[in-house]
Design a protein around this ligand. Sequence first.
Ligand code: ADP
Ligand code: GLC
Length: 484
Amino acid sequence: MRILFVTSEAYPLIKTGGLADVSGSLPAAIAEMGEDIRILIPGYPLVLEKLINPRVLASISDLPVINSVTIISGEMPETKVPVLAINCPSLYQRAGGPYVDTNGVDWGDNALRFGILSKIAAILGTSNSYIQDWIPDIVHCNDWQSALTPAYLKFMGVEHAKSVVSIHNMAFQGCFPSNWLSQLELPYSCYQMNGLEYYGQISFLKAGLYYCDVITTVSPTYAKEIQTENYGFGMQGLLSHRSHEIHGILNGIDIHEWDPSKDHYLDTHYSHKSLDKKREVKQSLQKQLDLTVDNDAPLLGIVSRLTYQKGLDMFLSVAEKILKQGCQIALLGSGEKKLEDGFIALKMKYPDKVSINIGYNEPLSHAIMAGSDLFIMPSRFEPCGLNQMYGLRYGTPPVVTNTGGLADSIRDTTPESISKHEATGFVMDNVSEQGLLSSIQRALGYYENKEIWRGIQLNGMRKDLSWKKSAREYLAIYKTLLAK
Ligand code: ADP
Ligand code: GLC
């Protein structure tokens, strides 16, 4: 089977969040199962720099607005999964992130930047393919950035690959003014409710969800949630209409990249067999972050985008109460200015108990995951969430809300789940400051009992979080599509 995996970010080439982690590790797991999968990604500076064995493979012309691009083929570092990078300096060779400029403002031409990504995916997915001897059977798109692909495939009017659209987050819908329709060379006929029109604009995500052959999302619970008003962000109607074509598949994690027994960002390593050593990692984290070195102070870790989704405003509101109970806080993240400022003010007030790092820092994210006692993730919604699973793997039980992938990956600690060796974390009863506070306090109560605590840590560390099972589920979906 030939699969084209289309994405706007993939670790370790370029990453802003969980989509990159998934795009780095899911194709590798599928390749390991013997399938021929290639990643299609925009050629941002970092992508072209980090690609292994880059070579010009093809040139594609007659594209909207920009005429032509070249396709650079290469491989992912380490996994060696084949990559097709779109080399188009006028669209992708810029300082800043994949979606925003150096001031954090969305690029004004994102509709074109990701319209071209989608258009090229569609071109490669037709029998007119520019790449000799390689026409994919499946084009697997991810999030709004590549979700225009199924629309292009449909309107090209030739035989083409089947399309899968994976939703990683319904909150991002790729909405743009309708005048982009002609610039992107889409027929006016698709600008309607039964098409890609969305409240007077065009929506890339809606296009994908409307025209694709199959929809997947990143956890079974989120697959149900997005069909309701509270989580569907306006697209619940369309989603419930296609209900039988929506599959929820829980993400796996890269168990090599996230492994406390050989993590290259850590000086001291530990595993479920040498869990006592986690204390040394905690000590060096406390030193590194200028916190009081104190093994008895429960250290609460946070690595996150600071946005409404992640619910950390609730944590900020109760943080002083928690600090007064003897805890410490280590936060790494960036996002909304108000939240950043709030956490910085907390740090000023409690300098030896609170560490706040605003920014993106790969090594520190591993150090916090390993050195903390508890991981805090009170998301208002969470399609899957990877950090709570990294927490499990590092013996850092997470405190989570009962939603999306958090609900599907964390088992609450209760007398029953303790006795069955199933407890892995702390699930909040309700999404509120009080709910969060009482879950953290409940966790702190168990933290006092070293034997029970170790049991909770070990249950998490022993869980199979690899991609094996989920990659098989994706393969089954591809196969069913091809059999149709
Ligand atoms: P989301 O994709 O919604 O942000 P996930 O939990 O799925 O949430 O994935 C977030 C990923 O981004 C994780 O790999 C996490 O470690 C990483 N991450 C988030 N913020 C930072 C940061 N400030 N520095 C380093 N890594 C971060
Ligand atoms: C999105 C979601 C997150 C998920 C990630 C990877 O960023 O917010 O929950 O884990 O995609 O699927």
